[in-house]
Design a binder for this molecule. Structure first.
Ligand code: SAM
Length: 263
């Protein structure tokens, strides 16, 4: 998968060099290119914002600068000014010629990002993130982009961040771990919270068996796979009902039954 991130703070995306995402980049599973929006500003001050029509506080990011940046990223299919990340010569997988990216625009007024959305994005060959700042990006940027490529505006929660960079990091990490080969043991993805059965994950424990007067539940030490599976399912249900009753309403009983029959 290719991921382009356009931002006025390229350094904000440095964590994409680390951990599993960084490893996926080095392994060629993920081709991440970070672009400085100011490369597309055409004045001496590299201006990317202006005062809002209609008045009010703050500044709005200019559609013309964003539009040109997106045009170049889409048209190139290769790196434009970037942070020295992967280039086509690096031998990293790139989208087939003619494939269009999906534009992902982080905004508090977007679709709430969740695991279902992460799966949808993970099926795309190419994502381009447009990280807003200030009061956001002039609405015409998204309207114009949507005439040419698929666009999703996403919110990572009901709160307001200073910019879209942290949201892009969240989305890239959630998506990248769904790509084949990124998480070392794919079984880790099966019983996770917000997984196929819609439950939160059961509590997990490791050694030592007793710590500060707190014991690991006996059943987990029993070696009885059936009982462990039953306990985990019960705990997942209990935890979900306690912490996220809204998720219980969305559970498909057929899936739960199928899972329990398989145990
Ligand atoms: N004036 C905007 C509003 O009230 O909707 C908020 C702008 S916010 C200060 C600046 C940028 O941060 C946004 O353009 C967006 O890119 C990002 N952002 C803030 N909160 C976000 C959230 N919950 N999810 C995704 N992106 C967010």
């Amino acid at each position: 998968m290719r991921v382009d991130v356009v931002t006025i703070f390229p350094d904000y995306l440095a964590p994409l060099e680390l951990s599993l995402v960084g490893k996926a980049r080095r392994a060629g599973v993920l081709d991440v290119r970070v672009h400085d929006l100011r490369e597309w500003a055409d004045d001496r001050h590299r201006t990317v914002d202006d005062t809002p029509y209609g008045g009010g506080a703050g500044m709005v990011m200019k559609p013309d600068v964003w539009g040109e940046a997106l045009d170049d990223v889409v048209a190139s299919g290769t790196a434009t000014p970037d942070d020295g990340a992967a280039t086509p010569d690096d031998g990293v997988a790139t989208p087939d010629d003619g494939r269009r990216p999906r534009l992902v625009v982080p905004t508090p007024s977007g679709r709430r990002f969740d695991q279902a959305c992460a799966h949808e994005f993970a099926a795309e060959p190419w994502l381009v993130f447009a990280c807003g700042r200030y009061e956001g990006i002039d609405e015409r940027f998204v309207d114009d982009a949507a005439n040419r490529i698929p666009v999703t505006e996403v919110s990572i929660g009901d709160y307001v961040l200073n910019g879209g960079e942290v949201a892009a990091l969240v989305v890239v990490e959630a998506v990248a771990r769904l790509l084949p080969g990124v998480v070392g043991n794919p079984d880790s993805l099966v019983e996770e919270s917000h997984g196929v059965d819609g439950l939160l994950e059961y509590p997990v424990y490791t050694k030592p068996p007793s710590w500060r007067g707190l014991d690991v539940p006996d059943v987990l030490l029993s070696g009885h796979h059936g009982k462990v599976a039953r306990w985990r399912r019960d705990e997942a249900l209990r935890r979900t009902a306690q912490r996220r009753p809204d998720l219980i309403d969305r559970i498909d009983p057929e899936r739960l039954d199928a899972h329990d029959r398989a145990v």
